[in-house]
Design a protein. Structure first.
Length: 416
């Protein structure tokens, strides 16, 4: 029997809501996973990508991860991982550095056998390059096999990477596929293999309301190899409290009604997110946010949905189809092909908010590689796009570089 801790999307270093405490929360969540693995004497920890939030982690985040990995190494538990889209570059990876220090193993086409299970890896690959993949993996003689990968796979929400194709074209028969990238945990059976997302270890978006956690995956083989049983169980993490308040205001109701709703919650050290709807009086978000922080909230954010709806209604559109109106207006603007592609991505409801920045970066990089876009700098990977105005502090937005003037940022080139 092989028992594996399956985690991913830890996004260490993310200064969510410009808060240094939230930045520490992401490292704390990763530390919890590793502490659990050591306490439970797991056979391995498998990380399915996006260990760091940014490919240029700041020094405290890098040192924090190194400290955690040293604890895992001291306990004799291997750390096996793939590279996600947040950390992906065309050069070296932090994972390679950790491997050179003997603290990690980067999974790939060659099997890494843990107990009775062979583990393989598939880093994040841009959609434009997937047609060139041959899914050739070296053979193994273990009782079971699993693929660790990072991307948005079918049949899950927003999936653009066909899991059936991966399984059918792979030269190895996998009993399970352990995934990262989608922050929502989920499990499905595809072509006889169990495919599962572990979800993120901290809330990286206001849309991630459910509790955070990771998977414990157990492989147990019967008398023959084709009788492998895969058991996937969810374990919760103790993360910072998020208080979600949906305040629908009736006629004549305003800030006092919202404050009354907030007063019924314990806000101490919590992230408080308020959504206001209804027909009530105008509400000043700053007033509500101050009310929450005075009662101990770490962070408070208010979104008045009525303002968004009013702004949208104020736009004069002569078409029954708003999308058509947008297309008509864009046709009058001299946008380049690349700019139009980016606009399509920003307005595409199928692109999950927390991945929008990375999808735009990926599209720009593809054009650079194809020679159809001229870069102003030598590092196209620094492309930043702010999207989703309703959730500007979420993981898809431009990093908080203004808050890090006094903290060193490292690149792989600094250490190689």
């Amino acid at each position: 029997m092989t028992r594996i801790v399956h985690t991913g999307d830890t996004h260490v270093g993310y200064r969510q809501y410009h808060s240094p405490e939230r930045r520490r929360d992401f490292l704390d969540a990763f530390e919890q996973v590793i502490a659990d693995a050591v306490a439970d004497d797991a056979d391995a920890v498998v990380h399915a990508g996006d260990l760091f939030h940014d490919r240029r982690p700041e020094l405290p985040d890098l040192m924090g991860v190194l400290s955690v990995l040293r604890k895992l190494d001291a306990a004799g538990v291997p750390f096996l991982a793939v590279v996600g889209n947040h950390e992906s570059t065309r050069g070296g990876q932090w994972l390679d550095l950790f491997e050179s220090l003997g603290l990690a193993t980067r999974l790939g086409a060659e099997p890494v056998v843990v107990d009775e299970t062979a583990l393989y890896g598939l880093d994040h690959v841009p959609a434009s390059q997937r047609d060139d993949l041959d899914y050739e993996f070296d053979s193994h003689d273990a009782d079971s096999a699993a693929l660790v990968a990072h991307g948005l796979f079918t049949p899950f929400a927003h999936g653009d990477w066909d899991t059936e194709t991966v399984l059918q074209e792979s030269t190895v028969a996998f009993d399970a596929v352990l995934l990262g990238d989608n922050h929502t945990p989920d499990t499905a059976e595809v072509d006889g293999a169990w495919v599962t997302y572990c979800g993120s270890t901290e809330r990286a978006s206001a849309s991630e309301r459910d509790g955070r956690g990771y998977n414990i995956v157990t492989f147990e083989t019967g008398e023959t190899a084709d009788q492998t049983t895969v058991d996937i169980r969810r374990r919760a993490l103790d993360t910072r409290e998020f208080v979600f308040v949906d305040a629908e205001l009736g006629s004549g109701e305003g800030a006092e009604r919202v404050q009354s709703r907030l007063a019924s919650y314990d806000l101490a050290d919590a992230v408080v997110l308020v959504d206001i709807t209804g027909e009530g009086e105008p509400v000043t978000p700053a007033e509500i946010e101050s009310f929450a922080t005075e009662r101990g909230a770490l962070v408070a954010r208010v979104r008045d949905r009525r303002e968004i709806e009013t702004e949208a209604a104020a736009v004069s559109v002569d078409f029954a189809d708003p999308d058509r109106a947008v297309r008509e207006r864009l046709s009058e603007v001299e946008l380049s092909g690349a700019a139009r592609e980016i606009d399509d991505l920003v307005r595409d409801d199928a692109v999950v908010d927390s991945n929008l920045r990375d999808r735009v970066t990926e599209r720009v990089r593809e054009r650079l590689d194809a020679g159809t876009l001229t870069a102003d700098t030598d590092d196209a990977d620094d492309t930043n796009t702010t999207a989703d105005a309703d959730d500007a502090d979420d993981a898809n937005t431009t990093d908080d570089t203004d808050d890090t003037d006094d903290t060193a940022q490292l690149t792989m080139e600094d250490l190689t």
